[in-house]
Write a protein that binds this ligand. Structure first.
Ligand code: F1P
Length: 348
């Protein structure tokens, strides 16, 4: 049954998409072209809509952590309505990075036109190309051909491509990227049965928590559940959940923790608190300790022996698989999500 679902096929195709995307970047043409705009020389401002905005957030935080350079993320619409705030410079020139799978989303195309008219150089990051590729002075083409409405492989492939690009531009080691397709394939294989089982349970509410780049991933996982299964979801920075939202903790609420290394101790304390409040808990971490096993109703290990930031994309698989299987369990078609279209355009 499952193999006929296009979205599931694309989720499973991610290791191949990552390998192909990284191989094409290794050819080096884009890396040479962007030498003068590297993150330490210009402030990268990541812009996108929907999934591509969550990708912008994850990319901005992880690239800042990787390179030590200041970065920001914003919805593309903010550039249209408040250009001075988005393009405000803290000294270095601002280098916008416009992200769009389709390259056709209205806000992104208008942002690209605006930057072109203003003579501001920028990078377009896309899978399909579209108008964004035609307008962008520099283009990064991720090789994740995706026919589904819901973005899965395109999210992780564009994120890895940006992380690789930043690392290469700063002349930092890129060898660890080669391990990611294998690590992603392993996680897909190991996590699928657990997530398919979890998807058969009905929850009133799904909450995704993460810090640093895993906050962008938490938002993306929540969006996958909403889009693929019409579920009610929320996302927060993990420790923010304690400041009010925890009122909803209960057995019929699934709280999913993407645990970081940087905030591990405190994040586990939040997990302990939510478990004591009676919530159903799902934990994703690089390794599952006996303590995590006790605190988590469901636990998934990444087991990826790569720097923490490079694991960011793998965490997103949790929301992709859970959303798709939850939708199927509800009798919905994740390939044709309610009210959604593959490209979102608005008349101006
Ligand atoms: C992003 C987006 C998605 C949404 C839907 C339509 O578009 O709005 O967030 O899930 O699939 O596309 P894009 O600018 O990345 O093409």
């Amino acid at each position: 049954m499952t193999k006929q679902v296009m979205t599931l096929e694309e989720i499973h195709g991610q290791p191949t998409a990552w390998r192909n995307t990284l191989e094409s970047l290794k050819q080096g043409a884009l890396i040479s072209a962007l030498a003068g705009h590297r993150p330490s020389a210009a402030e990268w401002v990541f812009l996108g809509c929907g999934t591509s905005y969550y990708l912008a957030q994850a990319a901005a935080t992880s690239i800042s952590f990787q390179t030590g350079a200041a970065t920001r993320a914003s919805p593309a619409s903010e550039l249209l309505f408040y250009p001075d705030t988005v393009l405000a410079s803290s000294g270095k020139p601002v280098f916008p990075v416009l992200i769009s799978r389709s390259g056709m989303t209205s806000e992104i195309v208008r942002a690209a036109q605006m930057l072109r008219e203003g003579g501001v150089p920028f990078l377009g990051v896309t899978c399909d190309g579209g108008e964004l590729k035609a307008l962008a002075p520099f283009a990064l083409h991720a090789l994740a051909p995706e026919r589904s409405t819901v973005m899965t492989a395109s999210f992780t492939s564009m994120l890895l491509a940006l992380q690789y690009l930043a690392q290469a531009l700063e002349n930092r080691a890129v060898d660890a990227f080669d391990q990611l397709p294998h690590a992603g394939a392993r996680f897909l294989e190991e996590s699928e049965a657990t997530l398919r089982d979890l998807a058969t349970r009905r929850f009133e509410n799904y909450v995704f928590l993460g810090q640093g780049p895993l906050f962008g991933v938490a938002q993306e996982c929540a969006l996958k559940l909403t889009e693929s299964s019409c579920s009610y979801t929320q996302s927060y920075h993990t420790l923010e959940f304690r400041h009010g939202p925890k009122s909803i903790a209960a057995p019929e609420v699934l709280i999913a923790f993407s645990l970081s290394e940087a905030g591990y101790r405190e994040e586990v304390e939040v997990l302990r608190e939510m478990k004591n409040l009676g919530a159903t808990t799902l934990v994703v971490a690089n390794a599952i300790s006996p303590e995590l096993k006790r605190l988590a109703d469901y636990a998934l290990a990444l087991e990826a022996d790569v720097p923490e930031m490079l694991r960011t994309a793998i965490y997103a698989i949790t929301g992709q698989l859970l959303g798709c299987y939850a939708g199927l369990h509800k009798g919905l078609n994740p390939d044709s999500p309610k009210n959604l279209t593959r490209v979102v355009m608005i008349e101006s």
